[in-house]
Design a protein around this ligand. Structure first.
Ligand code: UD1
Length: 376
């Protein structure tokens, strides 16, 4: 038996980890010890995804909650350290680029427990983003790196990490392909929406939300868009909008419909029939690509440049003119013709590949953190 401890904490991690958690849960050679850091704790931000993907309850919740980056990372580290000492896993699995990912990696590697990083090798090369700091440090400290795309693998090789890296494909595509029927069946309760007569808007990244000037520019752009805007609001964004006195005025703008955060199935269904997706979420940039819906990204760079290279995603930052122009030009039919079968995110079998690779490397003794006994 191999004892494997997946650690999740925020909404997108639960989504991208879900097919791996299901596999581990049913593998007779594996004892799974699922941990939730508690970084996301609202029902809409966490439990709803456990329900949708039929995931087992975590064995431990670290109750980290909200706080500064240092607080979230440190609480994940210290509380996970105790759990590691108790459960003694053979491997810890981490996902994506959140503070949970970094805290769990540091706690594990310092307890000499090997770490497998899923969705490794994405880079924006902008260390002002908390996620980029997390990505770089987690990759450097992990013993198995699962690169979702060829470009991510190239990034890891260029950093000298090729020996512990392999091309896995993207688990987000596994999730997407295995739930097409659930998405089709999902009910979207927004009256009067017609295919492609609305856009879906989400944004929550610190660089957009915590900078009042940037936030005001984004709001000024969206209130002037000549299409309906369905806006599932992240709690962080709502707090920032309220702080600037923008929330109540936004509720009165006739073309904007702010709603609570949506579950995966409902969100994908809404995106599928939209004219475009406006977002700063890394996951939604990929999901828009899978759905063949134009993406307009409210950032100046992206961890998924493949979507931009293929013409499916336009980076507009917080620039009102660029946002307006990109939305106006977004055209689902043209994009579908242009993309045809292109897919840099693999074949939807990433999770099987990752679990198999982890087991093989573990059996071969390649997943170990041992002292170096050489005079070099
Ligand atoms: C985190 C990740 C980000 C990811 C995002 C997905 C880091 C550094 N960032 O950002 O990469 O894209 O999750 O959503 O880890 N809040 C609630 N209820 C919750 C969770 C949060 O109200 O269940 C509010 C709190 O006010 C909190 C704020 O949202 O302070 C931000 O949450 P936090 O977990 O710090 O970061 P995210 O912005 O969600």
């Amino acid at each position: 038996m191999i004892k494997v401890m997946p650690v999740v904490g925020v909404r997108p991690q639960i989504i991208k980890a879900s097919p791996i958690i299901s596999l581990l849960n049913h593998d007779p050679e594996i004892e799974m010890q699922l941990v939730h850091s508690g970084q996301h704790y609202d029902f809409d931000m966490s439990k709803t995804f456990f329900n949708e993907f039929d995931l087992p309850d975590p064995a431990f919740n670290l109750d980290v909650g909200s706080g500064s980056h240092a607080v979230q990372t440190a609480l994940t580290m210290t509380r996970l350290e105790t759990v590691l000492a108790k459960l003694k896993p053979d491997v810890v699995m981490v996902f994506g680029d959140g503070n949970t990912t970094l805290g769990a990696t540091l706690a594990a590697v310092k307890s000499r427990i090997p770490v497998c990083h899923v969705e490794s090798g994405a880079r924006t090369y902008d260390m002002s983003e908390p996620e980029e700091v997390n990505r770089v440090l987690v990759d450097r400290c992990s013993q198995l790196l699962c690169a979702p795309t060829q470009n991510c693998l190239v990034n890891l090789r260029s950093e000298g990490l090729g020996e512990v890296a392999f091309g896995s494909s993207d688990t987000m595509l596994d999730v997407f392909l295995s739930h097409t029927h659930d998405v089709e069946r999902a009910t979207v309760n927004f009256p009067c929406l017609k295919d492609e007569d609305y856009v879906v808007l989400t944004f929550h990244r610190a660089e957009n939300v915590d900078d009042p000037e940037r936030l005001k520019k984004i709001v000024s752009a969206i209130i002037n868009l000549p299409v309906k805007v369905i806006f599932p609001v992240h709690p962080r964004t709502k707090i920032a909008l309220e702080g600037l006195g923008l929330w109540t005025p936004l509720l009165k703008v006739f073309n904007i419909t702010p709603v609570r955060p949506l579950g995966y199935f409902e969100m994908l269904k809404l995106m599928k029939h939209s004219k475009a997706v406006l977002t700063d979420s890394g996951g939604m940039q990929k999901e828009a690509f899978f759905l063949r819906v134009p993406c307009v990204t409210l950032l100046y760079h992206t961890g998924s440049p493949e979507t931009v290279w293929l013409g499916a995603n336009r980076l507009v930052g917080a620039e009102p003119e660029l946002i307006a122009e990109a939305v106006e030009k977004a055209n689902v039919t043209t994009l579908r013709l242009k993309l045809k079968g292109s897919n840099p995110f693999g074949d939807g079998k990433a999770s099987c590949r990752i679990v198999a690779e982890m087991k093989e490397r573990f059996m071969l003794g390649k997943l170990q953190i041992k002292p170096k006994i050489t005079f070099t």
